[in-house]
Design a protein around this ligand. Structure first.
Ligand code: 0L1
Ligand code: MG
Length: 262
C-alpha cells in the first residue's frame, strides 16, 4: 500500500460525503497518483465501515465493468467490485429522485442469491452454479461521484464502483430453469429500445463474474457468504437518464423491472 491510514480515512470521508450530498469531485488519483489497488479497496472498505457504523446494512455485492460493452464504454479491461447498501434500494415500479443524484445512468443486470459460501482462489462457474439459490433481474443506477464520469479504475474502486441505487425485479427463478448465456435483455426508455444483449455479454457467462468476485475476495482472506445478493454487472453499456424518463428492462424468463426518474 502507498497511502497512510489517515489519508485513506480522509479520502473515504471525502468520497462518501460527495455521494451523500450528490456533489461531484475530481478523481482522487489527481492528488494521489501513486495510490495502488490495495489503497483503492481500503478506501472502499472504509466507506462500507462508515455506513455500517451508522446503521446501514450492506444489501449485497456487485461486479462492475464485466461486459465488453461496458469495458469499451469506459475504456478499461478489468472488472471491479463493490457493495450496495440497504438505503440504495428502490421498489420495482417506483420513483427515483434525481435531486439525490449527480448524473445517473442505468444498467440491466442478472443477479443471484447464494445458498452456500464461495471462496477463492480457484472458484469457477461450476462452483457458483452449485452455490446459487435463485436468479433475479435488477437494474442498477450508477452515479459516479467524479465530474463528467472522468476517472480511472483506482478512483472508481475507491468510490465504491459508482453504486447509488438499485431496483430488484419480483420474479426469481431457479438456475436449472434458465440458460444465463442466452437469456435476452431489452432496455427501454420511454418505450424506445435503447440497448439489448444476452447474458453471455458478461464474461461469457454471468456466473463467471461471481467466480471472479469470489477469487478477488479470497485473495484478501474474505468470501461471499451464503445468502448474499450478487449483481453480476451490466449486460449493455450504461444509459444516462433524465427527469421524466421511464425505464423498463425486459428480462427473458425473469420479467420486467421498471422505474421512473423524477
Ligand atoms: O456497476 C458498474 O458497472 C460500475 C462501473 C463503475 C464505472 C462507472 O461508473 O461506469
Ligand atoms: Mg453495475
Amino acid at each position: 500500500m502507498k497511502l497512510d491510514q489517515n489519508t485513506i480515512l480522509g479520502l473515504a470521508e471525502h468520497l462518501e460525503q460527495a455521494e451523500l450530498q450528490a456533489r461531484d469531485v475530481t478523481k482522487i488519483t489527481d492528488d494521489h497518483p501513486d495510490m495502488d489497488w490495495d489503497d483503492a479497496y481500503a478506501i472502499q472498505d472504509e466507506i462500507r465501515r462508515r455506513k455500517e457504523a451508522r446503521g446501514s446494512r450492506t444489501a449485497g455485492l456487485k461486479c462492475g465493468l464485466t461486459s465488453f460493452a461496458k469495458m469499451k464504454q469506459m475504456g478499461v479491461a478489468t472488472p471491479v467490485f463493490g457493495f450496495i447498501s440497504d438505503y440504495m434500494a428502490r421498489p420495482d415500479g417506483g420513483e427515483i429522485k434525481l435531486a439525490e443524484l449527480i448524473h445517473p445512468k442505468v444498467e440491466a443486470e442478472i443477479c443471484i442469491v447464494t445458498k452456500a459460501p464461495l471462496r477463492g482462489p480457484g472458484c469457477h462457474v461450476a462452483a457458483v452454479m452449485v452455490a446459487t439459490e435463485l436468479v433475479l433481474p435488477a437494474v442498477e443506477v450508477i452515479d459516479s461521484r467524479y465530474r463528467d464520469f472522468k476517472f480511472d479504475l483506482k478512483s472508481v474502486i475507491a468510490d465504491n464502483t459508482s453504486s447509488a441505487r438499485f431496483v430488484i425485479g419480483g420474479r426469481p427463478r431457479e438456475l436449472d430453469e434458465l440458460d444465463l448465456r442466452t437469456l435476452g435483455v431489452v432496455l427501454e426508455i420511454n418505450g424506445e429500445i435503447r440497448a439489448m444483449a444476452a447474458g453471455a455479454a458478461v464474461l461469457g457467462h454471468p456466473l463467471a463474474a461471481v467466480a471472479m468476485l469470489a477469487n478477488h475476495l479470497g485473495a484478501r482472506g474474505q468470501e461471499i457468504p451464503a445468502g448474499t445478493f450478487v449483481m453480476t454487472g451490466g449486460v449493455t453499456e450504461a444509459i444516462a437518464v433524465k427527469a421524466g424518463d421511464s425505464v423498463a428492462v425486459r428480462f427473458q424468463d425473469l420479467g420486467t423491472v421498471s422505474m421512473r426518474f423524477v
